[in-house]
Design a protein around this ligand. Structure first.
Ligand code: ADE
Length: 228
């Protein structure tokens, strides 16, 4: 999979070189390319935004600069993801769907967002004919300072679903067996007693059927007690 992130803060993405994602890039499973939006400006001040038509607070990012940046990376079959709190809510299902993509382009807006003509332009027939799809995505009902952290959340959730990226593929198999959303049962490891607290005895019973049933009920209870 090819990933391109376009941002005015390329340094935000440094952590993507760490851990399993760094390894996946070294191994050629994944290429993550971060692009500085300001490199597409032509004025001496490297301007990326301007006041909104119609008035109002804040600044809007320039369509022209974004268009050049996207044109410089976009390939047939790409998913162009525009991060915005107004977008479709990101979840595991969307992560699964996007894990099969050829190219993901993350457009990380700041301020009051990107001139909407960018979304409209790349949604037109000529892009549809090239299998290019535009999606506005939000990672949750809160407002971040920009799309950088949101796109890193998405990149981590999506890329771990690509075969070979995760260290232990059994972890993935277990997640998909729990599609009802009861994935997170409580876990314990040694020692058997810590600060007076014992590991639940059933986990030491060796009865795999009973352990599986216990875990499912615990996961359900945990989910409900957290208000989900
Ligand atoms: N940009 C600002 N807030 C955001 C959010 N919640 N999700 C995605 N992009 C954002």
């Amino acid at each position: 999979m090819r990933i391109d992130a376009i941002t005015i803060f390329p340094d935000y993405f440094a952590p993507l070189q760490l851990s399993l994602l760094g390894k996946a890039q070294d191994g050629g499973l994944l290429s993550i390319n971060v692009h500085d939006l300001r490199s597409q400006t032509s004025d001496t001040h490297h301007t990326v935004d301007d006041a909104p038509y119609g008035g109002g607070a804040g600044m809007v990012m320039l369509a022209d600069v974004w268009g050049r940046a996207i044109d410089s990376v976009i390939e047939d079959g790409a998913d162009l993801i525009i991060l915005t709190p107004a977008g479709r809510r990101f979840n595991q299902e969307l992560a699964q769907e996007l894990s099969g993509a050829r190219q993901l382009i993350f457009a990380c807006g700041r301020y009051e967002g990107i001139d909407d003509r960018v979304r409209i332009h790349y949604s037109q027939d000529e892009y549809i004919a090239r299998n290019i799809r535009v999606r506005e995505v939000s990672i949750g009902d809160y407002v971040l300072g920009g799309g950088e952290v949101a796109s890193m959340v998405m990149i981590e959730a999506i890329t771990r679903l690509i075969p070979g990226v995760l260290g232990n593929p059994l972890s993935l198999a277990e997640e998909s067996h729990n599609e009802e959303g009861y994935l997170e049962y409580p876990n314990f490891t040694r020692p058997q007693e810590w600060r007076g607290l014992e590991v639940p005895p059933i986990l030491l019973s060796g009865n795999h059927g009973a352990i599986a049933a216990w875990r499912t009920s615990q996961a359900k209870e945990r989910k409900e007690s957290n208000g989900n």
